[in-house]
Design a protein around this ligand. Structure first.
Ligand code: ATP
Length: 150
């Protein structure tokens, strides 16, 4: 008879945090998006509704500074309230990015019709939702919106 698995042989489960945003174009759909998040097994650890200034949007999207779409991205993201959330789940960064779909909402409707951007997005920019793209990015973005851990 095989010896029972020891603690060391159990697969490790790492609950990972990611930063999600419901963008201004989808704020009226936030109840449905929050339900979608919970239905997919994410815990919402922190949540904040805010209206970002253009300066805050420029900081948040600093990596895109200089790109053609940067001014209109800043203007869009500061055009109305957003909801920023810290989500937690095993493998949450990749899984949440998967549920968002491709950046372009048009492309999302072609290739990932069940994704959030396919359902709630409009075009290449007004794409309803955001998700961190790496662990480092998630740490930075969580600190950006929840500097005191609150
Ligand atoms: N070609 C484009 N034209 C207009 N807006 C764009 C374009 N590419 C990206 N954007 C806008 O800039 C945001 C950031 O772009 P990025 O390339 O980081 O895409 P993403 O990682 O899919 O999106 P996000 O960072 O918002 O989760 C996009 O979500 C979109 O709102």
């Amino acid at each position: 008879m095989e010896a029972p698995a020891t603690f060391m042989e159990q697969p490790a489960i790492f609950v990972e945090r990611t930063l999600a945003i419901i963008k201004p174009d989808a704020i009226d759909q936030s109840a449905a998006i929050l339900r979608f998040i919970e239905d997919h097994g994410f815990a919402i650890l922190q949540q904040r509704r805010l209206h970002m200034t253009p300066e805050q949007c420029s900081d948040f999207y600093a990596e895109h500074y200089g790109k053609m779409f940067f001014p209109s991205l800043v203007s869009f993201m500061s055009s109305g309230p957003i909801i920023a959330m810290v989500l937690a789940k095993e493998n949450s960064i990749l899984e949440w990015r998967d549920l968002l779909g491709p950046t372009s909402s048009h492309r999302a409707r072609e290739t990932h019709p069940e994704s959030l951007r396919a359902i709630y997005g409009t075009d290449d920019q007004r794409n309803a939702v955001h998700g961190s793209d790496s662990q480092k990015g998630a740490e930075r973005e969580i600190r950006f919106f929840f500097p005191d851990g609150k």
